[in-house]
Design a protein around this ligand. Structure first.
Ligand code: UDP
Length: 382
């Protein structure tokens, strides 16, 4: 269909781009992309799926990051993986039909990412995936399924690091689809670091820089059963004998943690807002986490990180940063944490984690290129 290809070479001013966000780790990734697209004249429509919807996991991020209220709110809410995916798809499809965007941008690896990616691909709209190519190679993680599927659906694969580019090449993606753009999460971190430090979270919590360790836990495999969580809490209690720990508890894990934590050296607090959490990371002597984004932010901040997982989709934080993959064996976690406290790893920052990834993404998307004129499934159906 030559008409479609011609239409897709429209000037940047004319481009309408839907940016999708829906859960905590999306907001800090979509913001720099929206800003860079709008600065170059694109019309950005922010669609919020409603996957996360409460004050602590959602509203505070819009305030802290200065994101405007969503243009469309899908209200897809909670539910099982399939229920959520289906609800988001049902709600997103008419929005895409009505707005006829030139492209849809999805970020990260949450349910909203894959659900909206599926809708966009089947509607024949160009799809861009920010954070493409990350692989844990652990198919038991819902996020890994989301990553692989959304990359397969995408026209533009916007990779945060060279390892992600290598993964995409190994999986046979075309060179002109793959763009090494750097890490948008770090754009947001650098843009807000000074403001975060000035906001006074440490003082409010009675903490001093270097005087505590910070913990987050929310991966289903770690927190959904007491059999998995209890040994981790046991290891944390041991580390806490040396250094008090603060743990902003994800709603998924909060009640189980309240049951299992039996020492006042581990302090449970509600999930922190973005600025407070950045300040907590920056001031920590060590961070213990199963979060993806926290592995990256600690690397960029040069704060030692011990990852409580057997694998990571962010190996660059291990090879180029301050992250150490400890696995789930409690004795090993304690040993590694003690080693890190005694001799912290030297800070190093991966290439292109420089605060300008959003701008590079906008250049790719608005620059067109051969991915923008590639045949879509709808073209092939004729
Ligand atoms: N974060 C936050 N408050 C918290 C815990 C995390 O603001 O209490 C931020 C953190 O700084 C990072 C993002 O949430 O920007 C990471 O999200 P999360 O750990 O939920 O998801 P993942 O990165 O594992 O997908």
């Amino acid at each position: 269909m030559p008409g479609q290809a011609a239409e897709r070479t429209r000037t940047a001013e004319a481009l309408r781009i839907i940016c999708v966000a829906g859960a905590r780790p999306n907001y800090m990734k979509i913001k720099p992309v929206m800003d860079a697209l709008e600065a170059r004249g694109a019309e950005v429509v922010l669609v919020h799926t409603g996957q996360h919807y409460d004050e602590a996991m959602n509203d505070v991020f819009f305030r802290d990051l200065g994101i405007r209220p969503p243009d469309r709110y899908l209200g897809a809410g909670s539910g099982s993986q399939a229920e959520q995916t289906a609800r988001i798809m049902l709600a997103f499809e008419p929005v895409v039909a009505e707005l006829a965007p030139d492209a849809v941008v999805v970020v990260g690896d949450v349910t909203s990412t894959v659900a909206c990616g599926l809708v966009a691909a089947k509607a024949g709209t160009l799809l861009a995936h920010v954070e493409a190519g990350l692989r844990s190679r652990d198919w038991s993680m819902p996020e890994e399924v989301n990553r692989v599927v959304v990359d397969r659906l995408s026209d533009y694969l916007l990779a945060p690091s060279q390892d992600a580019v290598d993964n995409l090449r190994a999986e046979g993606y075309r060179e002109d689809q793959v763009h090494l753009v750097g890490n948008v999460m770090i754009d947001t971190l650098f843009a807000n670091r000074e403001r975060a430090l000035a906001a006074g979270a440490l003082e409010q919590l009675g903490l001093t820089p270097g005087g505590y360790g910070l913990v987050t836990l929310h991966r289903p495999a770690n927190v959904d059963s007491p059999e998995a969580l209890a040994p981790l809490v046991g290891a944390l209690a041991k580390v806490a004998e040396e250094l008090p720990l603060i743990l902003p508890a994800h709603p998924r894990a909060a009640s189980a943690l309240r049951e299992l934590v039996a020492t006042d050296r581990i302090r449970l607090i509600p999930p922190a807002g973005y600025l407070d959490f950045v300040a907590l990371q920056a001031g920590a002597r060590i961070v213990l986490t199963d979060s993806g984004g926290v592995q990256e932010e600690t690397t960029a901040l040069g704060v030692p990180c011990v990852t409580l997982r057997d694998n990571t989709e962010r190996p660059i934080t291990v090879s180029e940063g301050t992250n150490i993959l400890a696995g789930l064996d409690p004795a090993r976690i304690v040993e590694i944490a003690q080693r890190v406290l005694a001799a912290p790893p030297a800070p190093r920052r991966p290439a292109l984690w420089d605060g300008h990834a959003g701008e590079r993404i906008a250049e790719v998307l608005l620059g067109g290129g051969s991915a923008a004129t590639r045949l879509r499934p709808t073209d092939l159906a004729d």
